[in-house]
Structures are given as C-alpha cells and as structure tokens.
Design a protein around this ligand. Structure first.
Ligand SMILES: CC(=O)N[C@H]1[C@@H](OP(=O)(O)OP(=O)(O)OC[C@H]2O[C@@H](n3ccc(=O)[nH]c3=O)[C@H](O)[C@@H]2O)O[C@H](CO)[C@@H](O)[C@@H]1O
Ligand SMILES: C=C(OP(=O)(O)O)C(=O)O
Length: 416
C-alpha cells in the first residue's frame, strides 16, 4: 500500500499551474460519444477518474488516444454494451453514461455509481429527467435500465439543485426531438463547459450558467475540438495550502470569477489575494481571523473545499464553524485531523473548529478525495512527518500532486 509522507513546516513559495477540471472532464468524455466521429478535448488532467473513463469508453469500442494533455475520442464504432458492474462503480460520474448512451442508442444499462462516500447521494432527479424525456427507467439488481426508442423534449423542474442531474439531462436532451427546459438547474461553471462542447457538436443549448436551461435537440452531432476549463477545486486547494503555510503562491491558469466564493473567504480571514486575468497571487499571514462557512450550490461556497478549509482554520485565532448544506456526512476527515492535534467537534452538519491548535505529524487515513486534500494541507502545516494512507482517493482528482507541491518547496514523497 502506498502512503504519502509530508514533512511539514515549510512555507510554500513559487508558481503552480492548475490542471483541467475533474468535474468537467468526467462529463466531457462521455459527451463525446454523442457524435459518430472524433472529438478532441484539450488539457485533460491525468487523474484516475479520467483514466477509468478512458478505459470504459475503450471497452465500448471507442478509439481513445492521448497526446500529451489532449484526448481524442473516435466514437464511430461504439457498441452499446451493458455496464451493470465493474469500472462504473469506481467513480461518481459514470452516471453520465446514462444520459450519453440514452442519447446515442435510446437505451442503456449502467450500474449505480461510486465516488466519494459523503452520505446518501441519490440519483432520483436524473431519473425524473430521463422519464420526462420519455424513457422507461427500471432499477434492477444494482443497475439502472433505461429504454427510450424516442426521446422527446420536455419541461423538467429539478426538486434539488443537482450538477449531475442538470448535465445528464442536457446530454440526453441534446439528441431529443424538440426543446427541453430544465428549471432550477445547477449553475456550476462545469455545466457551462459541457454546454459549450455540446453546442460545438451541434446541440443548441441556451442559459447554461443560469437556473433555466433550454436545450434544442439535434440528431446528427459531429465531433469538434474543445478546451476544458481550469479546475477551481484544485486551484482552491493550493490557495488554502499557500495560506496554511503562510506562503506566497502564484496560482496560474484560473478563472478568477470561478474562485470568488473561495477568494472572499480567504480575504475575510486575512489572506491577501491579488487577482489578474488568469492568475491569483495568494500571500498568507502568520495570524488569521476565524470564519463561518456554509456550503451552497454555485455561486455559493463549494462543498468540495470545506474539508481543506477545516484544516486551515485550525490556525485561526478563535473558533470557526463549517456547515455543509450539500452533504449530510462530509466530515470523515475530522477524526483524522484530531489525530494530528486539531480540536474539532461535529454537531450535525457543522464542524466547530477550535483555533490555534498546533498540529503534529502522525499516521492518518484519507476516507475520500477532499478528506485527502484536507490531510495534505494539515500535513504541510504540521510539525514532523505526516503519513497519509488512502491515496487511491487523492489520485482520483489531483494531477501530479507531489510534483506540484515539491515545486512549491514542500517536502513530500510517496512510499510503499
Ligand atoms: C462528478 C461531479 O461533478 N461531482 C460533483 C457533483 O456531484 P453530484 O453531481 O453527484 O452532486 P449533486 O449536485 O447532484 O448533489 C447535490 C445534492 O443534491 C442531492 N441530489 C442529487 C441528485 C439527485 O438526483 N437527488 C439528490 O437528492 C445530493 O444528494 C446532494 O445533496 O456536484 C457536487 C456538489 O457540488 C460536488 O460535490 C461533486 O464534486
Ligand atoms: C465529491 C467529489 O467527487 P465525486 O462527485 O466524483 O465523488 C469531489 O470532487 O470532491
């Protein structure tokens, strides 16, 4: 079993290049199968979720090639093989195969998705959307069976603001007859990115990035070239790491607008953040104000960054509170942070973090992707060596984590 070792206490300094967004990548890749030709996505991150998706598309008969950061997918000879088990269970975003295969073939069998265990993560809104488009959907033996000889545009109101349901409905609706209207849609930047790709392939999607999205379907979609947006969660993680070590880091390849909820909170606690066109210069300080954070759908504070922030807030002078309004059980990192000396208690959906609790390295376990990121931030702050197990979670979403951190001056390495 591999472990990540971090000798903490170094101020991070220098520049870092943010990779393409994981949550866009895992939707753009299945979107490519809507065209019976070749699509190239530029600047895809080399992370486990993307590799698993590449393997899934190959198993369906797509020709998938990597050329440095670019991924080319020729889905001309795709076959609609049922995928009730196996790799689909290794990532959350395998649910996009439902919308994409339904759009391409009018039927699909996909096992229930995996991904981070953060409490219940139902997909009822995805199914509500597919049914509204005319699909018959059955849940049998742990897999979702979808059948829709004809998909017809419909008006769909999402009861819960869901990134996955919004994108999944866009995928299927891109091939439907007529217009689909998604109301109470999610507004995350990744949704705009997917809509941009689908429009370049021939769909006509308007309103992505607002809470009403209109999709006019188009049967004949064609391949194109698309450049993915930067990963705002990866960028936020390095911003937090810079602040946590009182360092100075220039975060390159970001869309500052996407980072606003994060930048605002860092500034509120006393971190200096200077914006330019595509960069953010983060300068940490030796003392921080405590914060209250409440996660919300975009443009609110992202749930995917509350865990790394929890580690940072152990440095604040006072008590902070982090409330996760999206997931009921996203605090598995807390016990591990306490092993390092943090004093945090969880009350329902809120973590109450006592500030000024120095951390000391120990052996800890990442239970999910951003719990891993939180432990990395903690390890960078801690005295002595922190050993983090559970790297399979971290590798799902961070490209070249050690190299990037070493480039900033951190002492970090992997060991068997
Ligand atoms: C691959 C991907 O993009 N993952 C992101 C995506 O996950 P994901 O798309 O799974 O998250 P959603 O936006 O769908 O979930 C938001 C909330 O809605 C609930 N819900 C969702 C769908 C549904 O049919 N029914 C329902 O009740 C969920 O349980 C959760 O409480 O958005 C999350 C919220 O920003 C992020 O944490 C994940 O990193
Ligand atoms: C929750 C996350 O990922 P996923 O939805 O893929 O499990 C995440 O990226 O923080």
């Amino acid at each position: 079993m591999e472990k990540l070792l971090i000798k903490g206490g170094r101020r991070l300094q220098g520049e870092i290049q943010v990779s393409g967004a994981k949550n866009s990548a895992v939707a753009l890749i299945p979107a490519t199968i809507l065209a019976e030709s070749t699509t190239v996505i530029e600047n895809l991150p080399r992370i486990r979720d993307v590799e698993v998706y590449e393997e899934i598309l190959r198993s369906l008969g797509a020709r998938v090639e990597r050329n440095r950061g670019d991924l080319s997918v020729d889905a001309t000879d795709l076959t609609n093989i049922p995928l009730p088990n196996g790799k689909v269970k290794r990532l959350r975003a395998s649910y996009y195969l439902m919308g994409a295969l339904l759009g391409r073939f009018g039927e699909a069998v996909i096992g229930l998705p995996g991904g981070c265990n953060l409490g219940p993560r139902p997909i009822d809104q995805h199914i509500k959307g597919f049914e509204a488009l005319g699909a018959r959907v059955e849940h049998r033996d742990g897999a979702i069976h979808l059948l829709a000889p004809v998909l017809t545009g419909a008006r769909i109101y999402l009861d819960v603001v869901s990134v996955g349901a919004t994108i999944n409905i866009m995928l299927a609706a891109s091939k439907a007859k007529g217009t689909t209207v998604i109301e109470n849609a999610a507004k995350e930047p990744e949704i705009i990115d997917v809509a941009t790709l689908l429009n370049s392939m021939g769909a006509r999607i308007k309103g992505a990035g607002t809470d009403v999205i209109r999709v006019r379907g188009f049967r004949e979609m064609t391949g194109c070239r698309h450049s993915i947006i930067p990963d705002r969660i990866e960028a936020g993680t390095y911003m937090v790491a810079a602040a946590a070590t009182a360092g100075e880091v220039l975060v390159k390849n970001v869309i500052p607008k996407h980072m606003e909820p994060v930048t605002a909170k860092l500034r509120e606690m006393g971190v200096h953040v200077e914006e330019a066109d595509e960069t953010l210069l983060v300068t940490g300080a030796d003392s921080y104000q405590p914060l209250h954070i409440k996660t919300l759908p975009y443009p609110g504070f992202p749930t995917d960054l509350q865990q790394p922030f929890t580690s940072l807030l152990t440095r604040a002078k006072g008590t902070s509170m982090v409330t996760d309004n999206i997931y009921s059980s996203r605090f598995k990192h807390v016990d591990e942070l306490c092993r390092l000396g943090a004093q945090i208690r969880v009350e329902g959906r809120t973590a109450v973090i006592k500030g000024r609790t120095p951390l000391v390295g120990s052996e800890v376990q990442a239970s999910d992707l951003r719990a891993g990121a939180a432990l990395v931030v903690a390890g960078l702050m801690a005295e002595d060596i922190t050993e983090i197990a559970g790297l399979e979670h971290i590798d799902r979403g961070y490209e070249n984590l050690e190299e990037k951190l070493r480039h900033l001056g951190a002492e970090v390495w992997r060991e068997e």
